[in-house]
Structures are given as structure tokens and as C-alpha cells.
Design a binder for this molecule. Structure first.
Ligand code: PMP
Ligand code: GLU
Length: 397
């Protein structure tokens, strides 16, 4: 009865990251020894001090519906965090807590986009930006970037994509999937262009803020002329290894926050009470307490980059943040490996799944058809073994 589904969902792509993770899980359950490097999910357990806060919340009998936009105490913790880490000042009316940053992004698209509004997506972009925009009636406008410029959009490229219909710009820094980090100067270059087009709302996804190997995270919202038109998106999934706890949040203009609150109030209500209480503890503690995870990612990045260099046909830039590498593998297009003809990054990613038993994600899902994404949020042993398998699968064919 597929024909009874709405056009909305029929036209929507399945999340490629989640689909690949599900496929890897299925193959593993059927007995295959799959190494999963598809999902952007830290492999650490939740830090003990945060778990304790969650247990306390249960003991203290937190159980009721929460305020739609988050507990007041959590909003204060978020305000303190924005001030401490980003030099940004917000009032509680400018903060909304949601069920993951994904819902924050979805709220923003739903409350800001009208049918036909264009959404600028410098590619590679995070997989869900495009479909979240489309569901809300927006039209994604993909801006191609190049590996030579570290996959970062230049002011000229940004300006060339702007039309009278442009309503929103969405990007992440550190970037999922390229790992690129925009410096303050680079953001100022983009802000100079945006200053000429006041109708554009900027959605700055900073969920990988702490996973930055070059230091000095910069937010475009810290420029006075951008503050009033920027929404900063963040969450606890990545920095605190709390993907399943589903807490994300935004700071931005109060007229947007009010609308997100209204939208969320009809769709999901407020986020889980125990997870919110734990997030207060996560955010009010010093980021020093999670530095061990960042250090581990940094070490793994060096390991994976060293190994990727030895795989023929892989060209990778050096990611400065997040936990992904995004090699260009287009040199394999048109070639046949183990009898399989590779015509696209999807073919290549599926080939790796079958012949190397390693799960990656096709770059097509991120708007770059020449690359694949490899997550190194995995153990060092898995990373080393996966790279060995990939190398064997591409050379011994
Ligand atoms: N933005 C980016 C760039 C991401 O990689 C992710 C992945 N989880 C999200 C948003 C959504 O995060 P959450 O788990 O908070 O929904
Ligand atoms: N953000 C992660 C990723 O890119 C998790 C999966 C998802 O939320 O789509 O792999």
C-alpha cells in the first residue's frame, strides 16, 4: 500500500548514515565480521559523573512532562556554556532544548521555510540538512567546494549561490563529514558576504565544537552584525558520547526560539526529564573532563591518516575536527574490482562492505559524489584492521 503514503515521505531519502549502520548491524547478526565505520557515534561510555547525575534525577523522582523548551535550570546551564565557551550572551527566551540536535534543525526548517525558499548547503554537508529542508518545503542549493580548499566554501562561492529566494544557510564547523574547521577569519569573510543579504538566516551547527584538534573554536554568532540572524545549534551527542540520550539545543533570536517552542509543543513536547537533568551536569562541568576523549580522537586521526596514505587511489585532506575522514576515491570510477564495476561512491562503499567487511558511507549522501566518509570514532584496533582490509580489497582484485 505504498501508494497511500504522502508525497512528502515518498520523496524523502532514507538517512544514509543510519541505513548503513542498520545494514552493518544486520550483516553482523547474520554472522559476518563487519567493522562499522559508518556511524558518527563515539565509542566511549558516558562519563561517570554524568551517569551519577542521571541516577540522582531518578532517585529524586523526576518523572513529569518537562517544559516544552527545557527546564529553566538547563537553559541557565546552556547560557553559561555559551558564555564560557563561545563568548555568546543569551537570555532564557533565546534557548530551546530539543530531542537531539536533529530535532533542533528540523524545528528551524519547519518554522523558517516557506515552499520554494532556498537553503544554501556548502557541500559536503551533513546528510540530514537536505531532507530536513525539503520536508519543510525548502529547496536545497548545493554549493560545491573543493578538497584543495579543505572542503570549505569561499566568500565568492557563497555569494554566487545567493538569489532573492535564499532564506537560510546551514553548515557545520567542525564539519561532518569533512572534518574541516572554519577559522574566525574565514567566518568573517563569509559574514562580509552575508551582511549584504539581511534576509538570510544562518544556522551554525556547532555540535562538534569540542572535537577540534587545532583549538580555538569560532562561532559566526560572535560577530555583532551576525548575532541577531544566527541560530547556533549544539548538543551532547558527540562531546559527551550521549547519542542515545537525545538532547540538543539552540541559542538564537527569541522570535525564532518562540516559534520552535510552539512547533515542538505540537510535535513532541519537551525532551526527556532524566536526560535534561544529566545535561545540566554535563554542561556546567569543565570541558577538561572530556578532554581524554578528544585526545583519543586526535591519536586515532593520526593513525587513520597514516594508513589511508598507503591505500592506492585514496586522496584525503587532513581533518581539523570531528571524527571523520572524507577521502576522494573517484580514481576507482570505471574500474572493476573483484568483478564489480565501480561507477560511483555508492558502488565503492557497497564494495567495501562486501569485500572488506567494512561499513562506510557514500559521499553522495553528503552532496559530494567523489568521496566516502569513514568514521574513526572506533577503537584503534578496529581502525587498523579496517584500513588493512580496505587496502587488501582494492589491491588484490
Ligand atoms: N549535526 C551534525 C553535524 C551531526 O553530525 C549530527 C549527528 N548526530 C547531528 C547534527 C544530530 O545530532 P543529535 O544526535 O543531537 O540529533
Ligand atoms: N550524526 C551521525 C552521523 O552522521 C549519526 C547518524 C545520524 O544522526 O544520522 O553518522
Amino acid at each position: 500500500m505504498n501508494n497511500q503514503l504522502s508525497n512528502r515521505v515518498n520523496q524523502m531519502a532514507t538517512s544514509a548514515t543510519l541505513a548503513m549502520a542498520a545494514k552493518a548491524r544486520e550483516l553482523r547478526e547474520s554472522g559476518k565480521d563487519i567493522i562499522g565505520l559508518s556511524l558518527g557515534e563515539p565509542d566511549f561510555t558516558v562519563p561517570e559523573f554524568i551517569k551519577e547525575a542521571a541516577k540522582d534525577a531518578i532517585t529524586q523522582d523526576y518523572h513529569s512532562y518537562t517544559p516544552v523548551d527545557g527546564y529553566g535550570e538547563l537553559k541557565q546551564a546552556i547560557i553559561t556554556k555559551f558564555n564560557r565557551d563561545n563568548g555568546l550572551t543569551y537570555e532564557p527566551s533565546q534557548i530551546v532544548v530539543s530531542n537531539g540536535a536533529k530535532q533542533t534543525l528540523s524545528n528551524l526548517a519547519m518554522v523558517l521555510l516557506n515552499p520554494g525558499d532556498e537553503v544554501l548547503l556548502p557541500a559536503p554537508y551533513w546528510v540530514s540538512y537536505s531532507d530536513i529542508s525539503k520536508v519543510a518545503g525548502g529547496v536545497p542549493v548545493v554549493i560545491k567546494t573543493s578538497i584543495d580548499n579543505d572542503f570549505k566554501v569561499t566568500p565568492a562561492e557563497l555569494e554566487a549561490a545567493i538569489t532573492p529566494k535564499t532564506k537560510m544557510l546551514i553548515y557545520s564547523s567542525p564539519c561532518n563529514p569533512s572534518g574541516s574547521v572554519y577559522s574566525k577569519e574565514e567566518l568573517r569573510g563569509l559574514a562580509d558576504v552575508l551582511a549584504k543579504y539581511p534576509q538570510i538566516i544562518i544556522v551554525s551547527d556547532e555540535i562538534y565544537e569540542h572535537i577540534n584538534f587545532v583549538g580555538g573554536h569560532a562561532s559566526i554568532a560572535s560577530f555583532d552584525d551576525m548575532y541577531d540572524r544566527t541560530v547556533v545549534v549544539n548538543g551532547i551527542s558527540k562531546a559527551f558520547s550521549m547519542t542515545g540520550w537525545r538532547i540538543g539545543y539552540m541559542g538564537g533570536p527569541s522570535w525564532i526560539a518562540r516559534a520552535c517552542n510552539k512547533m515542538q509543543g505540537q510535535v513532541t513536547s519537551g525532551a526527556n526529564c532524566i536526560a535534561q537533568r544529566a545535561t545540566i551536569t554535563a554542561l556546567t562541568n569543565s570541558p577538561e573532563r572530556i578532554k581524554f576523549m578528544i585526545d583519543a580522537f586526535k591519536e586515532r586521526r593520526q593513525i587513520i591518516l597514516g594508513l589511508i596514505k598507503d591505500i592506492p587511489g585514496f586522496i584525503a585532506n587532513e581533518p581539523e575536527g570531528a571524527f571523520y575522514v572524507f577521502p576522494d576515491i573517484s580514481s576507482y570510477f570505471g574500474k572493476t574490482l573483484n568483478g564489480v564495476t565501480i561507477n560511483s561512491a555508492s558502488d565503492f562503499s557497497l564494495y567495501l562492505l562486501e569485500y572488506a567487511n567494512v561499513a562506510t558511507v557514500t559521499g553522495e549522501a553528503f552532496g559530494d559524489p567523489n568521496c566516502i566518509r569513514i568514521s574513526y570514532a572506533a577503537s584503534t584496533e578496529d581502525i587498523i584492521e579496517a584500513m588493512k582490509r580496505i587496502k587488501n580489497a582494492v589491491i588484490s582484485s
